[in-house]
Design a binder for this molecule. Structure first.
Ligand code: PHE
Length: 338
């Protein structure tokens, strides 16, 4: 039995065969097992002798099967490693890294600038009430200036905000008429416009508001001059033109001087040498009062600008739709903008 079993073990080619051999010799009905079972028929003297032999045989077979099992497993592992070998010297594939959208970069750049001047960044809801979008900004129902902003209404009282100015009113209310305010608010705004190269039914604005005792028009001018030079370069000048907004008095529009340059990438000013980039003014006393500020004691300035416009000027982009159509060729061009 021993010789026969050992010969089979050494010939076994896989683990399954080994298992079969184990069953054949050592299993419940195996040949060695029946020898051991048959020991009851032996004489007292024979029993220990046969028992010892049978045990030796079992041990030998078991040992041999275990060794063979290890050898087969080792061989299988080596074969697996061989097949899965990695050539670490092969050149890697380039990793696709994303980046910030140009609008995001521009907004962050402007945020950083105003944070440096002591402003906080706040947010407000895009679905806004008629009260904050219009009424609190000195635009009562039926005011003709409401037509300046074609509005998407949701219900009679709810709408998609047409500008970020409602956040002025919300912020002043938050500070309760007693504390100074210095905040900017970037966000999406919506207007009923037909999309073309310069119009979009959705775009972004950044609102600015500064309320304190003794805030003057010259503070607005200085702040905007600082902004324009940081954004577009020290060689730029600004000019304020009189304008009208119901929530500021006096109101202005700000132009920035065009850089004289040839070739690509310069801002395009068609005729005048100036281009408009934002609206602003001194916060209207009615707006201060409605938000709880005593307009005899507090004054303020506010402004609103369009990041798309600023990005278009800065990088010579000719169509506002590029910001929303998500053409990867456009988007990736500005991944390292700033
Ligand atoms: N909200 C105005 C607009 O959308 C811009 C503005 C903001 C004007 C703040 C004055 C003060 O056109």
């Amino acid at each position: 039995i021993r010789q026969e079993a050992l010969a089979k073990v050494s010939e076994a080619a896989d683990l399954k065969e080994l298992q079969d051999i184990k069953v054949t010799y050592l299993g419940k009905k195996g040949s060695l097992t029946s020898v051991l079972r048959g020991m009851g028929n032996l004489s007292k003297e024979e029993r220990p002798v046969v028992g010892e032999i049978a045990n030796n045989v079992r041990e030998a077979i078991t040992k041999e099967i275990d060794e063979k099992t290890d050898a087969l497993e080792q061989a299988a592992l080596e074969e697996k490693l061989e097949n899965e070998a990695l050539d670490v010297t092969l050149p890697g594939r380039p990793v696709q890294v994303g980046g910030a959208h140009l609008l995001t970069s521009i907004i962050e750049e402007i945020e950083d600038l105003f944070i440096g001047m002591g402003y906080e960044v706040r947010e407000g809801p895009e679905v806004e009430t008629d009260y904050f979008n219009f009424e609190a900004l000195n635009l009562p129902k039926g005011h003709p200036a409401r037509d300046m902003q074609d509005t998407f209404y949701i219900t009679n009282e709810l709408l998609l905000r047409t500008h970020t100015s409602p956040v002025q009113a919300r912020t002043m209310q938050h500070y309760g008429g007693t504390q100074p305010v210095r905040m900017i608010c970037p966000g999406k705004v919506y207007r009923r416009d037909t999309d073309d190269a310069t119009h979009s039914h959705q775009f972004t604005q950044i609102e600015g508001l500064y309320v304190d005792k003794n805030v003057r028009m010259s503070d607005l001018k200085g702040t905007l001059d600082n902004f324009a030079k940081s954004m577009f370069g020290d060689d730029r000048e600004i000019r304020l033109r009189p304008s009208f907004f119901p929530f500021t008095e006096p109101s202005v529009e700000m132009d920035i001087s065009c850089k004289v340059c040839k070739g690509d990438g310069c801002s395009v000013c068609k005729h005048s040498g100036w281009i408009e980039i934002l609206g602003g003014g001194m916060v209207h006393p009615n707006v201060l009062e409605m938000a709880g500020y005593d307009s005899e004691e507090y004054t303020g300035f506010a402004f609103g600008m369009g990041p798309e416009r600023i990005a278009m000027l800065k990088y010579g982009i000719d169509d506002i739709r590029h910001f929303y159509t998500n053409d990867k060729r456009f988007i990736t061009q500005y991944h390292h903008a700033k």
